[in-house]
Design a protein around this ligand. Structure first.
Ligand code: GLU
Length: 609
């Protein structure tokens, strides 16, 4: 049964109400007054439903949907569509993602794999420059290309989620975001910074330059409108996803990938892709079982491959469960955290890829006995030399033996973009949803007149072809992801849901927040705000400056070395941007977003306490 959101125009939330009015047919385009951002709060406590995302416009739209009787899935899709407007460099219908759903009626956790796929004609040497015989330079050359664009999975994910669990039609779920795109949002520091960091790539394409660099960089405080996207959302709502995957838009997307609209303003080579309309027609969002591990009495559910999120977070938790972190000093506990993820990343690199193409030993990777054996490699007193080798999933008994010296995958070229949102409703349904267009700004290619950027997700394949690599390029395959939307249950009831952007640091960010909350005695706001570090089986630990300041000296005693993330002031100097919801006694909801990272996120509840 689908409800309608027609009454949204009467909303009391000033921003959203105005948005909906602006969407009315025939509304004058130029007379729109400014649309100030709703207030930004990193923590909200209350009942009746909650939304957490990086953006106040998006969270307000999700909240509005909940207030009007929509459920967590309706709110998640509406919030995601709004993020496609205000966070167009991180998410949108040109990308993909992973959706985890807890169904209060059945107690089941189910996931949707909306990952992008490689075109049927993609060749194993697609990332080799034919003019030199060598791989394209990764950035900015390979990432700014048609060859890196995968078939988008986001529209199919929204449609599948609404169809299975939602109460709104796609059209109604997209309406508030269409209105937001029409009316515009106020540019903040983060949007301006991300635009400026991408200006060279964006100038390469007529469509992107026109949309995002129109009269130069968008000024902080100015209003950014995307009427093309407003129209695209309305058409998608009215015509359905077949229009995207089998109709006019499929033809436009594949034409754009094959022949990106070059402006001639830069000398980037922009290798074209091979995507055909048939690749879009063949796309399927996959409904699949989650990963599950038991951890200190909780059940932690995540994304199974093609994402490596669930297996890598899960394996790390299984390793850490061998130790009593809560009785350790912070330095000891963090040493165990860093060493556990190095081990899990070694296994991720060796074993995880798209299960439709490679045999992924998901069960073994999540097996407690396997974790016990992996924990043999964790020296409580000293950091191991990195990279550590992968474990042997074919033969393990949990008994410590000499390590099998297999090589580990140390390459890491995933972006640090993406966005995550979490929703909960009054009926107890919960959604954790991470979506992306890969790196900030995706491929940089806007589909002309459509208002959205195409992803560069195929750069998540290993860039050098190795037949033994589970993440090698294969036609039709999904590149391995790190996205880790996670829902934690206790006695069958949800207690915590979270996720983050950040490329492969997503895995460690989600894990670190889980440990902060479940083991180290922090409340959720503190667990999210705490400084972060990420050990992905590399010689140095990537860490925020604040982490090095707080724990660097203690951890140096174990032999850990640190590389401070990004350049100071750049968007890469932060690790992750968590959006989480905790469900407490009596159904009390604590929605938490970042207090500072990415300019601070936005958490909202329907009935604040
Ligand atoms: N493409 C990455 C992944 O799927 C996410 C990119 C990011 O977070 O920047 O894991």
């Amino acid at each position: 049964m689908r409800r309608t959101l027609a009454t949204l125009t009467a909303s009391a939330t000033a921003g959203v109400a105005a948005l909906a009015l602006a969407a009315a047919p025939g509304a004058p385009a130029v007379a729109d007054p400014p649309n100030p951002a709703p207030p930004k709060t990193p923590t909200a406590i209350g009942h009746g439903g909650a939304v957490s995302s990086v953006d106040p416009y998006a969270s307000a739209i999700g909240l509005e949907v909940l207030e009007r009787g929509g459920n967590a899935v309706d709110a998640a899709v509406a919030t995601a569509a709004a993020l496609g407007v205000t966070e167009p460099y991180s998410a949108g219908i040109g990308g993909g993602g992973y959706f985890v759903h807890y169904d209060a009626a059945t107690g089941e956790v189910t996931t949707i794999d909306g990952r992008e796929t490689a075109p049927a004609d993609m060749q194993p040497d697609a990332f080799i420059d034919p003019s030199t015989g060598r791989p394209y330079r990764f950035s900015p050359e390979l990432v700014t290309s048609g060859v890196s664009v995968g078939v988008p999975g986001t529209p199919a994910t929204w449609d599948e989620a609404l169809d299975r669990w939602g109460s709104l039609s796609l059209s109604d779920a997209l309406a508030p975001a269409a209105a937001l795109a029409q009316r515009g949002f106020v540019v903040d520091e983060t949007f301006r910074l991300q635009t400026s960091e991408n200006a060279h790539r964006f100038r390469t394409f007529t469509s992107t330059k026109e949309l995002f660099l129109g009269d130069g960089l968008p000024e902080v405080g100015s209003t950014f409108r995307n009427r093309d996207l407003a129209r695209t959302y309305r058409q998608l709502g009215a015509k359905g996803v077949d229009w995207f995957y089998g109709g006019r838009l499929a033809a436009e997307i594949s034409a754009t990938v094959q022949e990106p609209p070059l402006s001639g303003d830069t000398d980037l080579p922009v290798p074209p892709g091979s995507m055909m309309p048939g690749d879009l027609a063949d796309y399927e969002a996959l409904v699949q079982a989650p990963t599950r591990v038991g951890y200190r009495g909780y059940d932690v559910y995540g994304m199974a491959p093609s994402s490596s999120g669930g297996t890598t977070v899960g394996e790390s938790l299984n390793i850490l469960e061998q130790y009593d972190l809560s009785s350790m000093t912070p330095g000891q506990a963090l040493h165990h955290y860093l060493e556990s993820t190095a081990l899990a990343f070694a296994d991720r690199g060796r074993y995880v890829g798209d299960p439709a193409y490679v045999d992924v030993p998901t069960e073994a990777l999540l097996d407690d006995t396997f974790a016990k054996e992996r924990a043999c490699e964790l020296d409580p007193e000293a950091a191991a030399a990195k990279p550590v080798p992968a474990g042997d999933v074919t033969s393990y008994d949990g008994v410590c033996a000499t390590a099998d010296p297999q090589t580990a995958d140390e390459r890491d070229t995933e972006g640090v973009s993406t966005t995550h949102l979490t929703t909960a409703d009054r009926w107890g349904n919960v959604v954790a949803y991470t979506l992306t267009i890969e790196q900030t700004g995706g491929s940089g290619i806007v589909v002309p007149d459509r208002g959205f950027i195409l992803n560069n997700e195929l750069t998540d394949f290993s860039t050098v072809y190795d037949p033994a690599d589970p993440n090698r390029i294969q036609a039709g395959k999904r590149p391995r992801s790190s996205m880790s939307p996670t829902i934690v249950l206790e006695d069958g009831e949800p207690v915590l849901a979270l996720g983050s952007p950040g490329g492969s640091t997503i895995i460690t960010t989600v894990l670190q927040v889980l440990l902060n909350r479940l083991d180290l005695g922090m409340g959720l706001p503190a667990a999210v705000a705490a400084p972060r570090a990420s050990q992905r089986n590399t010689a140095a630990v990537t860490a925020e400056q604040a982490f090095v300041d707080a724990y660097g000296a203690a951890l140096a005693g174990y032999g850990h070395r640190f590389a401070v993330a990004g350049a100071p002031g750049s968007s890469a100097s932060e690790i992750g941007a968590v959006a989480a919801i905790e469900v407490g006694p009596g159904g009390m909801l604590t929605a938490v977003a970042e207090p500072r990272r990415r300019g601070g996120g936005s958490a909202m509840v329907v009935d604040p306490d």
